[in-house]
Write a protein of this length. Structure first.
Lengths: 283, 255
């Protein structure tokens, strides 16, 4: 079921550089979508169209199949359902303490103080940052700020959450933790949409990949399919993800049956190698 | 743009702010802390300086250092500045200049000693407040006392932006130094000019992105958040009042 859809979006930056050039994208409910593109492709610009921050020069955004309204009430209703987490957490944190900052969205939803307080506590606990509740934002580490910014959006319980480069700048432990939190969030019914320039992340984490370059989505579909199209990757200045490349090689060498699923993670790959080795020993 | 990926600079957070946020009395209610600090300040002004000022200074220093466990080094560091102004100022009171030349002023030493004691007592009161209470708590308190939300919101955002801008400025400064922008006075001045010129568009840019972030969370012009209110402890408040009453009694009857 399609939750969000764009058709023929066109947008130029002030100054005339074309950012979106007839862009079509589908966000399906419950399908983790990676918007994959090189630096400067306009990924952030695209995200800002998906919650109504930017308005296209032409083309349409559809929410549940209906064209969105850019009126005050329309935008408000839209943003209740579609949350956004910016890449730089400092752009989002403004309040005196973490708990206050996270309470901002819920209060804007019209929740009572009591409900908002519960919502804040719940969200901070779910993201493992309850101990930071009273810290001011400038006393947080980079990774902590990212989690707090995420909490600010999550506390509003959106249907869809847009994340701009969620793992950028995080160490591998921090990134793994964040992805784990996002999976938990997804299990509660939130559809995740994230931008990234990391084909490996898109391949390993997304259910679906939209390859974005030159202001258009060049292809959208299963990660294996989209990301194994070398001509397409070349055209978007991206590279075949390592794990996918090795998986395809394994298939070509006959280590992996033709119909069997390709490895998605290092762990999958290890298993595959172990099995192959075991087979060889038994022969 | 942000600093991530570029030069990471340690947060330029002043020591006072850090102490105010992390001291042991951080969670005591604003009412108790401000009643203690402002009440004692008032007593320091009203009562004859001896012995009241000494008592007040001792109590307030103990409150900050022993009660709230503010680090002594930071406390002394902040006290040193004002005291540096106070001493020469008071010294001037001990002499008198008239047609006959310079002479010791009658009662000059007593006046100067009184001034020093009184001012120092007042200083310890304000230091206590500054080192135990974050500015955001003070703003929240002022809002409860009726200061318009617009004013406190602007003050809060300004406060938040000070740290962000300071971080950016420090990163740019380090980047300039790394490319030898600080070699020689002339180059250093030119670098500083470029830094300042760059800071404004960056600040504007950041403000715009902050607005995007807030709008995404349903902001429509009013910044409502749940304040973290500390519960007023009745026994604490009684203790504060008793302490002040005792100080006043000592100040009046023993002077």
């Amino acid at each position: 079921m399609t939750l969000l859809e764009t058709s023929g979006l066109v947008y130029s930056y002030p100054g005339g550089v074309l950012a979106l050039n007839g862009l079509n994208l589908k966000v399906k409910r419950g399908r983790r979508l990676a918007i994959l593109g090189p630096n400067g492709a306009g990924k952030t610009t695209l995200l800002l169209h998906l919650n109504g921050t930017l308005r296209p020069a032409s083309g349409q955004v559809l929410l549940d199949g209906a064209a969105v309204s850019y009126s005050r009430a329309g935008l408000s209703a839209w943003r209740r359902r579609v949350g956004l987490v910016l890449q730089d957490a400092d752009d989002q944190l403004f309040a005196a303490s973490v708990a206050e900052d996270v309470s901002f969205g819920p209060l804007n939803l019209g929740l009572s103080e009591h409900e908002a307080r519960l919502r804040v506590e719940e969200t901070l606990a779910a993201l493992n940052i309850a101990d930071l509740a009273e810290r001011p934002p400038h006393m947080l580490s980079f990774g902590q700020k990212k989690r707090v910014a995420l909490a600010g959006a999550v506390a509003m319980r959106p249907d869809a959450l847009l994340l701009d480069e969620p793992t950028a700048g995080l160490d591998s432990h921090g990134a793994a933790h964040l992805l784990g939190v996002l999976k938990k969030l997804e299990a509660t019914g939130t559809t995740l949409v994230f931008t990234t320039h990391d084909a490996g992340l898109a391949y390993g984490f997304a259910h679906e990949v939209a390859l974005f370059a030159g202001g258009q989505v060049l292809a959208q579909g299963e990660p294996e399919k989209v990301l194994s199209d070398t001509a397409l990757l070349e055209a978007s200045h991206l590279r075949l993800p390592l794990i996918l490349g090795l998986g395809l090689k394994a298939r070509a060498c006959g280590l992996l049956a033709e119909g069997a699923p390709l490895p998605r993670s290092g762990q999958d790959l290890e298993l595959l190698l172990e099995k192959a080795a075991a087979r060889q020993l038994s022969i | 743009m942000s600093l991530d990926g570029g030069i990471q600079v340690r947060t330029a957070m002043p020591a006072a702010d850090r102490v105010a946020n992390l001291n042991r009395w951080r969670r005591k209610s604003l009412a108790e802390k401000s009643a203690l600090a402002l009440g004692m300040l008032l007593l320091a002004i009203l009562l004859p300086p001896f012995p009241a000022a000494l008592v007040i200074a001792a109590i307030m220093a103990a409150a900050a250092l022993i009660g709230a466990r503010a680090p002594a080094g930071i406390w002394l560091g902040f006290a040193a500045g004002p005291v540096g102004f106070l001493l020469p100022g008071a010294a001037m009171l001990t002499v008198q200049i008239d047609a006959g030349g310079i002479a010791l002023a009658p009662d000059g030493l007593a006046t100067a000693a009184g001034l020093i004691a009184r001012s120092f007592a007042g200083l310890t009161c304000l230091l206590f407040l500054a080192l135990t209470t974050p500015i955001t708590d003070l703003l929240a308190g002022m809002r409860r006392l009726g200061l318009p939300a617009e004013v406190t919101e602007v003050a809060l955002l300004t406060y938040r932006f000070i740290f962000l801008l300071a971080d950016t400025a420090m990163a740019m400064d380090a980047a300039q130094a790394a490319r030898l922008g600080h070699d020689g006075v002339k180059r250093r001045l030119r670098s500083l000019g470029a830094l300042i010129a760059n800071l404004l568009p960056r600040a504007m840019d950041r403000a715009k992105r902050l607005e995007t972030g807030l709008a995404a969370r349903g902001w429509e012009g009013e910044m409502r958040v749940l304040p973290q209110q500390a519960k007023l402890s009745v026994s604490g408040m009684i203790l504060v009042i008793a302490l002040e009453a005792a100080t006043a009694a000592i100040g009046v009857f023993l002077s």
